[in-house]
Design a protein around this ligand. Structure first.
Ligand code: AGP
Length: 585
């Protein structure tokens, strides 16, 4: 949940690092900082987003051709300059940035204070810089000292460190992503691919419990546990382009990525689900595990499996450990980033208990892609906005294709080819949604309601609105309102009804009438005249097969949340308190 970069090569490090940090700022934007190593270690850092910090600090004053940088999502210590990364040891000769949480931070800090170390921040990261200093006293070879210090850490981390005058940059990772970019005569570390995509498309993905060191022209890999050097791995060439990770004229990444769905829905349909079908076929039990938006995709996958004649479970990653899972279970882990700690912990627990794991992810080389027994990439391209949009519809396309192929319903898979054109029709009505957003932006306490397959869509619509407008919104299965939530209704409360024409439409119309009887104002997203005539505000949807409706009906809800956030002056790409990849529990 923090952005990390490191550079060593012929160019000015601070320029490369600043540009890279801006490309990963969606991972955390409480504060930022850069350190360079020339004749000494020099650091510039402050609280705030990079654009605000640049008004106060001139990072270009940092000279040198090797450096590290960090954008923070606070876990230990308030958001201020002292707690911003990078952090140094007592001598100022060792400097470090970190993503993750050091769980044995307090006891290590106490041990170091007893040895006379003085601390200037509240962070667990600074403690690590002093631990490195302590280990270096025991063994002057800094790689050895680095491995020994990292080995003492419990918790999650990706560290990137330098020692003055050393000519190498050191890194290690456990439960937090870290990639090594292999350039021509230059090398990089980064939290994820978009950070350094303009400089290289060749990457070595650090594995769990692995450390590495880089110079401008080479790299070495180590196993933290045993401290042994490992065989080099050939870099992986990724097919993302730098343009894919830029806004390309859009005001925000979020709106760009919403509009990309007219092509990503089509390209995700090309995903090869063969390996997944094989695993599902031979499994006695199926459990889907995911978090947030990916969990809502999992709920729809559960329904599609049911329609394919397979019962299954769908569990939140953070709740998984309470379950009892069989040896012949397949766990389908759905994660855009492939780095979500709650989901990865479930995957590791499941594997320890004998389950097989199928990963459904968007990021090549992510932890999930490497820890699963098989992996299907959703092919949505880099998703930079913190909130999931195109990755959700691409997850649905792949999960639907998986379930329908398992059920041998190839004709239905064929019919999914029409979806990108239908998505284009909805996207072409963006201005209509913007106008509706203007009317709704002053409202509070939104109810999203839907029946059957539309209930997970209601959940996702409510989450989108909450995440970026900070307005309160809840989703209910429409039939549940009368079992309690109806008591919340009063004049003017907005009810957003997700209502594709299907067998449940007559009952949904009754639910809408129940709301209107309490003077709530209904906003219908529907292609059904029976529903639309009941609504005060309406967004008429194109006709789509009821079974595929979730893939299309989520798009106006994404647009509604986006336009309301912009109207309310919020930053839809970097909502407060959130981060793109939640790599802590
Ligand atoms: C969705 O808009 C949120 N950013 C969040 O709920 C996200 O879906 C969740 O953290 C899971 O992320 P993942 O798909 O990368 O595992």
């Amino acid at each position: 949940m923090c952005g990390i970069t490191g550079y060593i090569g012929p160019k000015k490090a601070s320029e490369i690092i600043l540009a890279s940090l801006k490309r990963v700022e969606y991972r955390g934007y409480d504060s930022a900082g850069i350190a360079v190593s020339n004749s000494k270690i020099e650091i510039m850092k402050d609280a705030g987003k990079i654009a605000d910090i640049e008004k106060k600090l001139d990072f270009s004053k940092l000279e040198g051709n090797m450096g590290i940088g960090h954008t923070r999502w606070a876990t230990h210590g308030t958001v201020n300059t002292q707690n911003a990364h990078p952090h140094t040891d007592c001598t100022g000769k060792i400097v470090l940035v970190h993503n993750g949480i050091i769980e044995n931070f307090a006891e290590l800090k106490e041990e170091l204070e007893e040895k006379g170390h003085k601390f200037s921040s509240e962070t667990d990261t600074e403690m690590m810089a002093h631990l490195l200093e302590e280990e270096e006293r025991k063994q002057p070879d800094f790689m050895r000292a680095f491995l020994a210090a990292v080995k003492r850490v419990e918790g999650s981390y990706s560290f990137v460190a330098m020692r003055q005058g050393d000519g190498r940059i050191y890194a290690a990772r456990k439960s937090c992503p870290l990639v090594m970019g292999v350039g021509k005569g230059e090398m990089f570390f980064a939290s994820d691919i978009p950070a350094v995509l303009p400089y290289t498309r060749d990457f070595v993905f650090l594995e769990e419990g692995e450390a590495a060191s880089i110079s401008a022209s080479d790299y070495a890999l180590y196993e933290v546990k045993g401290g042994k050097e490992k065989e080099k791995r050939k870099p992986t060439h990724v097919d993302w382009t730098p343009q894919m990770a830029q806004k390309e004229g859009h005001a925000h990444f979020m709106i760009k990525e919403i509009f990309e769905q007219q092509s990503t829905i089509r390209q995700s349909l090309a995903a090869d689900v063969g390996e997944g079908v094989k695993l599902l076929k031979k499994a006695k039990f199926i459990t889907t595990v995911a978090c947030g938006t990916s969990y809502y995709a999992g709920l729809l996958f559960k329904e599609m499996l049911r329609q394919a004649g397979r019962r299954s479970d769908c569990v939140l990653g953070s709740e998984y450990l309470s379950g009892i899972y069989e040896r012949d279970t397949i766990v389908v882990a759905v994660s855009q980033s492939g780095e979500t700690a709650d989901t990865l912990n479930a995957v590791r627990y499941a594997k320890e208990h004998g389950a097989s794991v199928l990963g459904i992810t968007n990021v090549v080389g992510s932890s999930l892609s490497r820890e699963a027994d098989a992996c299907i990439y959703i092919g949505a391209g880099p998703e930079i906005a913190v909130v999931a949009t195109k990755s959700f519809t691409s997850q649905l396309v792949v999960l639907y294709k998986l379930a329908l192929t398992l059920a041998k319903k190839k004709d239905m898979v064929e019919r999914m080819k029409d979806l990108s054109a239908i998505a284009e029709i909805v996207l072409s009505k963006n201005e209509e949604i913007r106008a509706l957003a203007e009317k709704l932006a002053a409202k509070k306490d939104f109810f999203f309601i839907g029946r059957g397959l539309s209930f997970p869509v209601a959940l996702e619509g409510a989450l989108k609105l909450k995440e970026i407008t900070y307005l309160h919104a809840e989703a209910y299965a429409a039939g549940e309102l009368k079992h309690g939530p109806l008591s919340l209704l009063e004049s003017g409360i907005p009810i957003i009804a997700i209502a594709p024409s299907d067998a449940s439409t007559p009952k949904l119309v009754s639910n809408i009438k129940e709301c209107k009887a309490r003077n709530a104002s209904v906003f219908a997203v529907s292609d059904s005249d029976a529903v639309l005539r009941e609504a005060e505000l309406k967004f008429v949807m194109p006709q789509v097969d009821a079974v595929f409706a979730p893939i299309i009906y989520v798009i106006p809800l994404q647009l509604l949340a986006y336009h309301m956030a912009v109207k309310l002056g919020k930053d839809p790409d970097k909502p407060r308190n959130l981060a793109k990849s939640v790599t802590v529990e």
